[in-house]
Write a protein that binds this ligand. Structure first.
Ligand SMILES: Nc1ncnc2c1ncn2[C@@H]1O[C@H](COP(=O)(O)OP(=O)(O)OP(=O)(O)O)[C@@H](O)[C@H]1O
Length: 616
C-alpha cells in the first residue's frame, strides 16, 4: 500500500463535532414554527379542504339557533303559521345532519393528511439519524431522541389534524354569531360580550411566563424518558443486585421531576384558567337581567330575548377551544423545534464521487481524537495494517483499541491526522462506499426482532436464501439454527428464541461472511465463548478472514501471537509495534500483558479446603 497522501484526500471538510444542532431555546420556537408551516404547506390542499369543511360545519351549527329564533317569532306573532314552524324545524334538523357530515369529512381529511405527514417526518428523522456521526448520539441521549421521534412527532398530529377545525370554529362561531346578534339588537350583543374582556385578561395572565414552563416540562420529560430507557436496558443487572427502579436516583428524580413540573404548571395556571372558564361560561348572569330590563323598558321583543338566551349566552364559550389550541400548540412548537434541530444537525461530511483505493490496506498517520473535545482518547497514532494481513491491536483496558477500530469505519472523524484505506483518506469515500469495504464482528452482537434469516441477511441486503444458509454454514451456525423451533424462520429479539453468546457471535460472523468485505474489524470475537463454541468460532473466523485485511482487537494474546503485525496501545498512544517475538523482547507493556495472560491460563479457583473447584 502506498505511504504517500493521495490527491483524492486533500482539503477535506473536518467533521464539526461542536456544530451539532442549535438547541438554544429561542431558536427552538422559531425552528418549531418553521417545521409546522413547512409540513402544512406540503399537504396544504388536504388541510385547506379540512378547514373549509370545518367552516361549513360552523355555519350549519348556527342554523338551528336562527331557526329557533324564527320559530319563536312565528309562535309569538299575531297569526302563527304552522307550515312555517315545520319548515324551520326541518331546516334545523337538516343543518344538524349536514353539520355532522362536514365534521366527519373535515376530521377524516385532516387526520389522513396529518398521519401521512407524521410518517414522512419519522422517516426523515430515522434517515437523518443514520447519516449523523455517532458523536451526535453521545451528546443526545436515547431518551431525548426517542421523545423527539415518538412523542414530539406524535403531538404534531394534534396541531395538524385538530387545531385547524378548532381554530376555525373557535373564531368563526363567535364572529358569525356576534355579527348576527349585533344585527338583531346591538345592546343585547354588547351584553353577551360583556365578560369577554375578563376572559381575555385571564388568558393573558395564564400564558405569561408559560413558555419557560413548557420548556422545562419538555426537558424533564426527556430526562424521564432517558431514565426509564436506561432502567429497562439495565433491568437484568438491577435484578441481580436486588435493586428496584426507585433505587436508581436518575429514574427516581426524573419521574418525580415530571410530577413536580406538571404540578407547578397546574398550580400556576389554576386561578387564571378558572377565571377564564367562568368569564366565558357565565354570560347568563349579564344577558338575563339586561334582557329582562330591555324587554320590559327598551322595546326588546320576546323572540329576540329568546334568541339571546339561546345564542348570546353561549357566544363566548367556543373561545375555550382556542385556549386549548394555544396551550397545546405552544407545547407542540417546542417539540417541533427539537425535531427540526435533529433534521438540521450536520451529517458526516460526504465527498461525492467514487474513489480508487490502490488496495485495502489501512494506514493511520498521526491520528488524534477526542470524544468530548477535551480529554484525548488517541494521540499520535501511526501504524499500517497491510492489505491481506492480520494486524492485532493489544493493550490494557481503555488504551483506545475499540476507538481505533471505529475510526476506520468513520463512526467518528479524526480531529487531526488521517486514516487511509488504499491510500485514500476515509473521509474522501462516500459513506456507503466505505461501509461496503468494511465488515464487522463486534463484541456486542445486536440482533433485531426479526427472523434468524433476516438477521443474517443484514450483511448483504438482497442475498438469496441459499447464500444466507451458505454463510451460516461457513460460520458454523447452520446446525444450531436448524435445531431452533422454526429453523431460519425463528424470530429473535424480545419474544423470540434466546441465543447463547457464542451463537450470537456466529450469527455476526455469518453476517460478515455474507458481506464478504475486504477489510474486517474483529472486536474480541471470542470473549463469550465456551471451549466448544470457541472452536466453532475459530474455524468460522479462519474461513472469514482468509485473504482479507484483518484488524483484530484481542485481549487474549495467545490467539494473536502469530499475527503479521501487533500494535501495542497504551493510554491512547502507540507504545510499540512489531511481531510477537520482537515485542516480547523489547516492549514492557506487551511483556506484562503476556505474563498476566500466561498466569491467567494456569489460574485455578480453589475451595476453602484448597481443593480445585475448576481448572481455568
Ligand atoms: N463513546 C465514548 N464517549 C466518551 N469516551 C469514550 C467513549 N468510548 C470510549 N471512551 C473513552 O476512550 C478511551 C479509549 O476507550 P476504548 O474503548 O477505545 O478502549 P479499549 O482499549 O478498547 O478498552 P477495552 O479493552 O476495555 O474495551 C477510554 O478512556 C474510554 O473511557
Amino acid at each position: 500500500m502506498t505511504q504517500t497522501a493521495s490527491p483524492n484526500s486533500q482539503a477535506l471538510p473536518p467533521i464539526a463535532a461542536e456544530s451539532l444542532p442549535p438547541t438554544t431555546e429561542g431558536t427552538m420556537v422559531g425552528n418549531g414554527l418553521a417545521l409546522i408551516l413547512r409540513l402544512a404547506r406540503r399537504r396544504w390542499v388536504a388541510l385547506a379542504a379540512a378547514a373549509s369543511f370545518a367552516v361549513l360545519a360552523v355555519i350549519f351549527e348556527l342554523v338551528p339557533y336562527l331557526a329557533v329564533y324564527r320559530i319563536a317569532a312565528e309562535v309569538f306573532s299575531a297569526a302563527p303559521e304552522p307550515e312555517a314552524i315545520v319548515r324551520f324545524a326541518l331546516l334545523a334538523l337538516g343543518a344538524v345532519v349536514l353539520q355532522f357530515v362536514c365534521i366527519g369529512i373535515s376530521n377524516t381529511v385532516a387526520h389522513a393528511a396529518a398521519f401521512r405527514l407524521l410518517r414522512e417526518v419519522r422517516t426523515e428523522l430515522t434517515e437523518k439519524m443514520a447519516r449523523l456521526p455517532l458523536g451526535f448520539f453521545d451528546r443526545h441521549d436515547s431518551g431525548e431522541l426517542k421523545k423527539a421521534l415518538v412523542e414530539d412527532v406524535g403531538s404534531l398530529e394534534g396541531v395538524l389534524a385538530h387545531n385547524i377545525p378548532d381554530v376555525a370554529s373557535g373564531i368563526l362561531v363567535p364572529l358569525a354569531a356576534g355579527i348576527a346578534l349585533f344585527w338583531v339588537d346591538w345592546r343585547m350583543a354588547l351584553a353577551s360580550l360583556a365578560l369577554l374582556p375578563v376572559g381575555i385578561a385571564a388568558q393573558m395572565w395564564a400564558f405569561r411566563g408559560m413558555d419557560g414552563q413548557y420548556r422545562l416540562w419538555h426537558r424533564t420529560e426527556a430526562q424521564a424518558n432517558a431514565g426509564v430507557l436506561e432502567y429497562l436496558r439495565g433491568i437484568a443487572v438491577l435484578k441481580a443486585f436486588n435493586r428496584t427502579a426507585s433505587s436508581l436516583e436518575r429514574v427516581r428524580s426524573a419521574i418525580y421531576g415530571v410530577r413536580d413540573v406538571a404540578t407547578a404548571m397546574t398550580r400556576r395556571s389554576m386561578y387564571s384558567y378558572s377565571l377564564f372558564f367562568i368569564a366565558l361560561s357565565t354570560n347568563l348572569l349579564v344577558v338575563l337581567p339586561v334582557g329582562i330590563a330591555l324587554h320590559l323598558h327598551g322595546g326588546l321583543g320576546l323572540p329576540q330575548l329568546c334568541l339571546f338566551l339561546v345564542l348570546g349566552v353561549g357566544l363566548t364559550a367556543p373561545l375555550t377551544k382556542l385556549m386549548f389550541v394555544f396551550g397545546s400548540t405552544s407545547r407542540t412548537i417546542l417539540g417541533a423545534g427539537r425535531i427540526q434541530g435533529i433534521l438540521d444537525a450536520p451529517p458526516l461530511p460526504q465527498t461525492p464521487g467514487p474513489v480508487q483505493p490502490t488496495d485495502f490496506g489501512v494506514r493511520f498517520e498521526d491520528v488524534h481524537f477526542s470524544y468530548d473535545g477535551n480529554k484525548s482518547a488517541l494521540r499520535e497514532i501511526s501504524f499500517i495494517a497491510a492489505a491481506g494481513q492480520v494486524t492485532a491491536l493489544v493493550g490494557p483496558s481503555g488504551a483506545g483499541k475499540s476507538t481505533v477500530a471505529k475510526l476506520i469505519a468513520r463512526f467518528w472523524d479524526v480531529d487531526k491526522g488521517r486514516i487511509e484505506v488504499g491510500g485514500v483518506d476515509v473521509r474522501a469515500f462516500g459513506l456507503e462506499e466505505l461501509m461496503g469495504h468494511i465488515g464487522f464482528v463486534f463484541q456486542e452482537v445486536f440482533l433485531f426482532h426479526d427472523s434468524v434469516r433476516e438477521n443474517i441477511r443484514l450483511g448483504r441486503g438482497g442475498a438469496s436464501d441459499a447464500e444466507v444458509e451458505a454463510a451460516a454454514e461457513a460460520a458454523n451456525a447452520h446446525t444450531f439454527i436448524q435445531a431452533l423451533p422454526d429453523g431460519y424462520d425463528t424470530m429473535l429479539g424480545d419474544r423470540g428464541a434466546r441465543l447463547s453468546g457464542g451463537e450470537k457471535q456466529r450469527l455476526a460472523i455469518a453476517r460478515a461472511i455474507l458481506k464478504n468485505a475486504p477489510i474486517l474489524l474483529l472486536d474480541e470475537a471470542t470473549a463469550f465463548a465456551d471451549p466448544e463454541n470457541e472452536l466453532a468460532i475459530q474455524q468460522a473466523l479462519a474461513d472469514l478472514t482468509r485473504g482479507k485485511t484483518v484488524i483484530v482487537i484481542a485481549h487474549r494474546l495467545a490467539s494473536i501471537a502469530d499475527a503479521d503485525h501487533i500494535v501495542v496501545l497504551n493510554s491512547g498512544t502507540v507504545e510499540d509495534q512489531g511481531p510477537h517475538g520482537a515485542l516480547l523482547a523489547r516492549c514492557a507493556t506487551y511483556r506484562k500483558l503476556w505474563a498476566t495472560q500466561q498466569q491467567a491460563a494456569g489460574w485455578t479457583l480453589t475451595t476453602a479446603t484448597g481443593e480445585d473447584a475448576h481448572a481455568g
